[in-house]
Design a protein around this ligand. Structure first.
Ligand code: GCU
Length: 326
């Protein structure tokens, strides 16, 4: 059937009049994130956008803006809270400042392995954390695997003593800050987009992230040693504005949630492939990977974990639930 070209823009929705009788509405949702188009999380979200469009029979159209075009992760969250955009891909470290429950993902060595990590994200604990930010103006839709985070620097870090006095870039998360302090480093919060230059110019000496930071974000050009201490597993998180979510019909909410759940599994596969490919690329860039004895790192962070959980009974309860899933 031919569409009548009369399209009315109504608060982000396009109403198309089909002939004179039926009307269908297309809701355009802008999604901001700070990774490249080549990053697996971008690919997983492209998949999600297509699936959401299919499952909603064309009602939901998600436009993805990568590369921090619309702002840093923090700015994107603020844009979302102000109603300028509908969705954002952030990560659990960044979100801790908005919704404290995300802090559990920033506690070092909380997960036994990848299977434990997935049991938490896919079960009621993970769902509870996604919902915890509703009053802050956004709701989590799904998690995306972002591997394990390890330190990388211009010099080899083999023990916590090697971090002594180093300026270590962290995300704006109080747990990440406390962790680096506990290990002897000087935590320096910076937006991700500023990190390449900060490492290059010596504003910071080290950073911590997953393998894609070295290759897709080219940090391996300016930091040649990656120490595989794997201190945290901090997932990326796809969020939607509470207001926008509440404005969707129940059918479209289910369509979107289904697309998000599927894209999480898509990302699980993509991530496993990415880690292998990017590791080889990093080695070709001249990055040396160092296998470290994790025991001294695990030991050094225990007092900090104890302090954070003692001061926050809600966090302590989630930690207990996570430990039960080990
Ligand atoms: C990960 C994550 C990004 C985040 C970055 C950071 O790479 O995928 O969303 O910005 O860590 O350390 O800031």
């Amino acid at each position: 059937m031919k569409l009548n070209k009369k399209a009315l823009v109504l608060g982000g929705s396009l109403l198309f009049a089909m002939g004179s009788s039926s009307v269908f509405a297309t809701t355009i949702l802008k999604l901001s994130h700070n990774q490249t188009r080549t990053h697996p999380v971008h690919k997983a979200m492209m998949y999600m956008a297509q699936a959401a469009q299919n499952y909603s029979h064309g009602d939901l159209v998600i436009r993805i803006y990568p590369d921090a075009q619309l702002g840093t992760q923090r700015e994107s969250l603020e844009l979302l809270q102000n109603g300028a955009i509908a969705m954002a891909k952030s990560n659990a470290s960044e979100l801790e400042a908005f919704a404290p429950a995300y802090g559990v993902f920033n506690l070092p060595y909380i997960f036994k392995d990848r299977a434990h990590y997935y049991r938490v994200m896919q079960g009621s604990v993970g769902e509870g954390i996604l919902k915890s930010s509703e009053a802050q103006g956004f709701i989590g839709l799904t998690y995306y695997d972002a591997g394990a985070r390890s330190f990388y620097a211009k010099k080899a870090i083999r023990t916590p003593a090697d971090l002594m006095g180093l300026k270590v870039r962290v995300q704006p998360s109080q747990s990440a800050i406390a962790m680096v302090k506990a290990l002897g480093g000087n935590p320096t919060p910076l937006a991700y987009g500023e990190l390449y230059t900060a490492l290059q110019q010596g504003v910071v000496d080290a950073a911590e992230n997953n393998i894609t930071a070295l290759t897709l974000n080219r940090h391996g050009e300016v930091a040649k040693f990656s120490s595989l201490d794997e201190h945290t597993m901090v997932p990326d998180v796809l969020v939607i504005s509470t207001k926008v979510w509440n404005s969707l019909s129940a059918d479209n909410q289910s369509a979107l949630k289904k697309a998000c759940d599927e894209s999480m599994l898509k990302m699980k596969k993509l991530w496993a492939e990415t880690e292998k490919v990017e590791r080889l690329k990093a080695e070709k860039m001249g990055v040396t990977f160092i296998t470290v004895d994790k025991a001294p790192f695990v030991k050094a962070v225990q007092p900090m974990i104890k302090k954070l959980t003692e001061n926050n009974p809600k966090l302590a309860k989630i930690v207990e639930e996570i430990n039960r899933l080990r």
